[in-house]
Design a binder for this molecule. Structure first.
Ligand SMILES: [Zn+2]
Length: 272
C-alpha cells in the first residue's frame, strides 16, 4: 500500500521553495504528486505545517497482492472518454437515456436509466479495457470482446450503446448492465450525509480514500452490485459499483491498466 498526496497551491511565491526540492511547474500553480515513501515527503510536511497551508488531497494505491485479499472491491476508471449525446449539457444529453420524471434539480437524485446511451463514435481502445463517459460516474463501458472474455462468465450482462441520435448499436462498445442492488448499507460517517430539503433524499460524499467503509451485509453470491446509497456527483448523483474478488482477478489477468480498485474494509478473506 502506497499513500499518494496530490498537492496544489495557487501561490506563485512558493514555487522557488519547491523547485529547490526538485519539483518543476508548467503552469502558474504549484501542483505535484508525491508518495509518502519519497525522501522529500518529510520536507513537504514540515513546510505545510510551518506555513499552515492546505491544498493536500490524499489517495491510497494498493498492490495487486493486497487487492487480491478482498472479497469485494469498488471500481474507478481513469479513462473518461467523451460525453453522452447530444452534448449540450448533462441534463439534455441524458434526457432520452434516463427517466427524469422524479429527478431533483437540487441534489441530483431521482434519475433512472431506461434506454441505451448514445455516443459520437467508436472508442479508440488501444490497450484500455474499461471506459467511463464524462458526467456519468456509475456506468462502465467495455468492448464486446472484453465483455465476453471477462464479464460474461460471471453472468454480468450488457446493454447496447447507440451511435449518435440513431438506434444503431455501436460495434465496439457496450455498457455493463448491473441491476443488482447491495442487500446492505455502508458504514458512512454521519457528517458526510446530506438530506435534501426539496426531495428528502440522503446523499453522501464519495468515501473512496484508503479502504472502502464496511458493508453491513456482505453478499455471498453474485459478482456485481451497485450501492443502495447515492453519492454526490454534480448534476447527477451516482451509485458505487462493486465487483467480486473473482471478477477483479479475471480483469487483472486480462490487463486492467486503467482500472483503480478500492477494497471494502470488512471483506478481507481470513486465513484458514
Ligand atoms: Zn433532492
Amino acid at each position: 500500500m502506497r499513500i499518494k498526496h496530490h498537492i496544489l497551491f495557487d501561490d506563485k511565491s512558493l514555487m522557488p521553495t519547491f523547485e529547490e526540492m526538485g519539483f518543476y511547474f508548467k503552469s502558474e500553480f504549484v501542483v505535484f504528486e508525491i508518495y509518502e515513501d519519497d525522501s522529500r515527503w518529510p520536507l513537504i510536511v514540515d513546510f505545510m505545517q510551518r506555513y499552515q497551508v492546505g491544498g493536500n488531497r490524499c489517495s491510497v494505491e494498493f498492490s495487486h497482492e493486497e487487492l487480491a485479499r478482498y472479497h469485494w472491491l469498488t471500481l474507478w476508471c481513469t479513462w473518461q472518454n467523451g460525453y453522452p449525446l447530444p452534448d449540450s449539457g448533462p441534463l439534455d444529453s441524458i434526457a432520452g437515456t434516463y427517466d427524469l420524471s422524479q429527478y431533483c434539480t437540487t441534489c441530483g437524485a431521482g434519475w433512472r436509466q431506461v434506454a441505451p446511451f448514445r455516443i459520437l463514435s467508436e472508442p479508440t481502445w488501444k490497450r484500455r479495457k474499461i471506459m467511463m463517459l464524462n458526467w456519468i460516474l456509475d456506468a462502465f463501458f467495455v468492448s464486446p470482446q472484453t465483455w465476453h472474455d471477462v464479464f460474461r462468465p460471471f453472468d454480468i450482462g450488457y446493454r447496447p450503446v447507440y451511435k449518435r441520435m440513431t438506434g444503431v448499436p455501436m460495434e465496439t462498445v457496450v455498457q455493463l448492465d448491473i441491476p443488482a442492488v447491495l442487500p446492505g448499507t455502508f458504514d458512512l460517517s454521519g457528517d458526510s450525509a446530506h438530506n435534501c430539503a426539496v426531495c428528502g433524499t440522503t446523499t453522501y460524499f464519495d468515501p473512496r480514500s484508503g479502504r472502502y467503509p464496511a458493508m453491513s451485509i456482505i453478499p455471498t453470491t453474485g459478482h456485481a452490485y451497485v450501492s443502495q446509497e447515492e453519492f454526490r456527483g454534480g448534476t447527477l448523483t451516482f451509485r458505487q459499483v462493486f465487483f467480486s474478488h473473482e471478477v477483479y482477478m479475471a480483469l487483472h489477468a486480462y490487463g486492467d491498466k486503467n482500472c483503480e480498485f478500492t477494497p471494502v474494509v470488512n471483506t478481507e478473506f481470513t486465513s484458514p
